[in-house]
Ligand binder design. Structure first.
Ligand SMILES: Cc1cc2nc3c(=O)[nH]c(=O)nc-3n(C[C@H](O)[C@H](O)[C@H](O)COP(=O)(O)OP(=O)(O)OC[C@H]3O[C@@H](n4cnc5c(N)ncnc54)[C@H](O)[C@@H]3O)c2cc1C
Ligand SMILES: NC(=O)c1ccc[n+]([C@@H]2O[C@H](COP(=O)([O-])OP(=O)(O)OC[C@H]3O[C@@H](n4cnc5c(N)ncnc54)[C@H](OP(=O)(O)O)[C@@H]3O)[C@@H](O)[C@H]2O)c1
Length: 359
């Protein structure tokens, strides 16, 4: 039986958080490490050779997991029979002058909705749509580690941006589910489905280099990763690799979980790197807007070298637009070495080293 304890205190920024101090509790987080065999082909392009089949009959090729997929649960709760959780805490974590509001919320699960870092849950907002039918579920990345913010494996946390926009008719429209969630009060019930998703599961290797690229609420899965890496003690997992987080937000008042990340950096200065891109306040030397890919460009060579290692894993989460910007940077770097980025990325994806969940 694996065992985990949490050593962090809740440190949500910008507005006043509720003073919850997680306690040390057990959890069950199985962790299987399976080596894979590698050969180098064409200029550092690494391929996993999973098996050599010489018999005539087709033989099932065993998939060697690089991500922690062992025992991952999906779709335990479906829309017709959702889990009914309860809101325990809901805090605005962006400053009052930030463009838009983002909230951190914790729901009770009583251990009935087990999930892994990097998975998502569905939420069904109360009420009905224009056709009088129950609202369709919306997906939200889980923002807590598997044992949850209180360390007892009985909660799940989300990081939600309140969607408000002006439509073509000049009317202000509020997004159904994000506003429902941001308005929840402690004690309110909430319908949850899932958990879902395997794309964003953490690497098995505790010595891996994990590069995390987030815009806005895309930070959610990485908060889960980083709590497990730096705030928790697990019998079967002690992170001793390099975690490098790039977070892009519009203003410094919209920097999410900044205090938590700074605390991690204090605790593990050799294992954690933290870079912010504050798009509406910072520029690069050419005066260009500081997007996440602009910040990454400052470390281009270093990132490219890391990417050549077979235990480097890149994760990207947030706005769809970020993917193209990051591809452009990588494409330039790859081209310098005569490598075609699209093909290289395909190989990385096949090896579960390039993981994307953008919306
Ligand atoms: C895997 C996954 C994980 C996600 N994780 C998160 C998360 O962690 N946090 C988070 O906040 N969100 C997350 N999302 C997004 C989330 O699912 C919802 O889409 C989001 O909260 C909006 O839902 P809503 O019900 O509030 O808006 P809806 O009522 O569904 O309205 C959204 C619709 O409004 C329209 N619209 C939106 N903006 C504009 C605009 N500027 N102009 C005109 N029309 C517009 C579009 O048609 C859009 O489809 C995730 C999505 C996916 C797929
Ligand atoms: N798994 C998922 O799919 C998932 C998980 C979580 C969230 N999401 C979604 O991700 C989005 C995050 O939005 P948010 O409102 O939370 O973020 P936000 O606070 O508005 O921050 C987004 C940041 O990204 C910048 N940006 C805009 N276009 C970009 C581009 N092409 N390349 C790089 N950076 C860019 C923005 O800059 P400017 O505004 O200054 O241009 C801003 O600095 C939401 O749509 C959310 O629903 C998806």
């Amino acid at each position: 039986m694996a065992c985990a304890t949490v050593t962090a205190t809740f440190a949500l920024s910008a507005s006043k958080p509720s003073p919850h101090v997680p306690s040390a509790r057990p959890s069950s987080l199985p962790c299987e490490r399976t080596p894979s065999h590698k050969v180098k082909i064409k200029r550092n392009l690494l391929l996993s050779i999973r098996s050599q089949i010489t018999t005539e009959a087709p033989v099932a090729v065993e998939k060697v997991p690089k991500k922690n997929e062992e025992g991952v649960i999906t779709n335990k709760f479906k829309p017709k029979t959702p889990y009914i959780g309860r809101c325990l805490l809901n805090t605005k974590i962006t400053g009052d002058d930030a463009p838009g509001e983002t909230w951190h919320m914790v729901f009770s699960t009583e251990g009935e909705l087990p999930y892994r870092e990097g998975q998502s849950v569905g939420v069904i907002a109360d009420g009905v749509d224009q056709n009088g039918k129950p609202h369709k579920l919306r997906l939200y990345s889980i923002a807590s580690s598997a044992i949850g913010d209180f360390g007892d494996s009985k909660t799940v946390s989300l990081c939600v941006k309140r969607l408000v926009y002006t439509n073509d008719q000049g009317e202000i429209v509020k997004g159904v589910c994000s506003n429902y969630l941001c308005d929840l009060k402690p004690g309110n019930e909430v319908k949850l489905t899932g958990p879902v998703g395997k794309e964003m599961l953490m690497p098995v290797d505790p010595n891996a280099t994990v590069i995390m690229l987030a815009t806005g609420t895309g930070i959610a899965p990485f908060r889960g990763f980083l709590w497990k890496m730096f705030f928790e003690k697990h019998e079967d997992y002690k992170f001793n690799g390099l975690a490098w987080l790039f977070l892009g937000v519009p203003t410094s008042s919209s920097l999410l979980y900044k205090e938590e990340f700074e605390k991690m950096k204090e605790k593990a200065p050799n294992n954690f790197r933290l870079d912010f891109a504050v798009s509406r306040e910072q520029t690069n030397k050419k005066g260009e807007k500081m997007y996440i890919q602009t910040r990454m460009a400052e470390y281009a060579e270093e990132l490219w070298e890391l990417l050549k290692k077979d235990n480097t894993f890149v994760y990207m989460c947030g706005l769809k637009g970020m993917e193209q910007g990051i591809d452009e940077i990588m494409g330039t770097l790859a081209a310098k070495e005569g490598i075609e980025w699209t093909e290289y990325k395909r190989q990385l994806k096949r090896q579960e080293q390039w993981n994307v969940e953008v919306y």
